[in-house]
Write a protein that binds this ligand. Structure first.
Ligand code: PLP
Length: 376
């Protein structure tokens, strides 16, 4: 018998979430009499822990797939994805360009070194590219001062047959919590890129789900949004639940109780004895710990569901186990089902908040030793 922990991946929920995004885009652009932006479904980090192959199967309606690693791009092609693929950080060395050429992979161009590498490459077919502008994230992208020349150089490569379609791209730092900063970044983007021909890609999940951000891009430019986290059923906004956005959790992390016991008043639990009971109580031991990817920083009070009843974690999370309060679930027994997050349990965002992190990190961190069960 394997340990009773698993991550269940719901392909219908993944598809549903993509539909919520595309429907929202269609509704708004339709009302304005414009075109719906195209969607790069972001599947980096093994589809935020859900498995690339599961994502490809569920995101057939996406216009393209975006990721970071060339081997993830290869897995897409091997799984039969024939549509566009974009590398969000672009390529890393000259030999990557031959690979992109062979597998028809589009690239981000964010630095001078990439332009140099591409300029001296030989390709069978011209490569699709987005030139990235740093509008205030201070991460990847050309500065506003360097951008026009970089774009001009990419256009020259287009004329030489090295580059096929060309686009403009940036990334928002605070689309989840500060519309003013997003507006400022958009202003920089518009100021620097207006007049440069090509497609536009600026929106992550938070910006895609915020009316007024992507729709402020003039409709004569083909726009590609880049949602990630929302496709997996987690919320990009701290103050807004995924549920309220009609998103469904695509991953459910569940396990079972492997021990049930009563502790007396004054009984302390786990490493460091960080929880001591003030009365006698029943507790359960769950086969799930930080080696499974459950956050060790989740402390007493973190929500969890036992036999469908919401309760709380007690004490410190161990490597392979954690302890829960069975007071609200007196009928719970050895073998009872425990949902750490997902369907019929707390949202991954609630658990993340209790652990001082974000749902993204928890989804990506589920350990390889946790078996995945796929529901199609
Ligand atoms: C990860 C990533 C996204 C998607 O971000 P979410 O917040 O998950 O929607 C979009 N664009 C780039 C460049 C990224 O790295």
């Amino acid at each position: 018998m394997p340990r009773p922990i698993s991550a269940t991946i719901s392909l219908p929920s993944l598809s549903h979430n993509l539909r919520v995004v595309t429907q929202g885009l269609s509704d708004i652009s339709g009302k304005a009499g414009g075109r719906r932006p195209k969607v790069w479904a972001v599947i980096k980090a093994n589809a935020y822990g859900h498995g690339i192959e599961n994502a490809i199967q569920s995101f057939k309606e996406a216009d393209g797939l975006a990721m970071l690693d060339l081997d993830e791009a290869l897995r897409c092609r091997e799984a039969g994805w024939t549509g566009p693929i974009l590398l969000l950080e672009g390529f890393f060395e000259p030999s990557d360009i031959a690979f992109m050429d062979r597998y028809r992979i589009a690239t981000t161009l964010h630095c001078q070194e990439q332009l140099d590498m591409l300029a001296s490459a030989r390709v069978e077919q011209a490569i699709d590219a987005f030139v990235k502008l740093d509008t205030g994230m201070s991460r990847l992208g050309f500065s506003a001062a360097d951008y026009p020349a970089a774009y001009e150089r990419a256009r020259a490569m287009q004329a030489e047959g090295l580059v096929n379609t060309l686009g403009k791209m940036t990334h928002f730092a605070r689309a989840d919590d500060d519309p003013d900063v997003t507006r400022q970044q958009l202003q920089v983007f518009e100021r620097v890129t207006t007049g440069l021909p090509g497609r536009v890609s600026v929106c992550n999940s938070a910006a895609t789900l915020t009316p007024g951000v992507w729709s402020s891009i003039p409709d004569d430019q083909e726009q590609w949004v880049r949602p990630g986290i929302c496709l997996y059923g987690a919320s990009p906004f701290a103050g807004k639940s995924a549920d309220s956005l009609d998103l469904r959790p695509a991953m459910t992390l569940s396990s079972r109780l492997i021990s049930v016991r009563d502790i007396p008043s004054g009984g302390s639990i786990g490493y460091g004895h960080t929880f001591t009971s003030s009365g006698s109580m029943r507790i359960g031991v769950v086969a799930c710990g930080y080696a499974d990817g459950y956050p060790r920083h989740a402390g007493t009070g973190t929500p969890v569901a036992v036999d469908g009843v919401r309760t709380r974690l007690l004490g410190r999370v161990s490597m392979d186990m954690l302890v829960v309060d069975l007071t609200p679930v007196p009928q719970a027994h050895n073998g009872s089902t425990v949902v750490l997050w997902g369907e019929e349990g707390p949202s991954v965002d609630e658990v993340a908040q209790a652990a001082g992190t974000i749902g993204y990190e928890l989804l990506c961190a589920v350990a390889a030793r946790v078996p995945k069960i796929v529901i199609s």
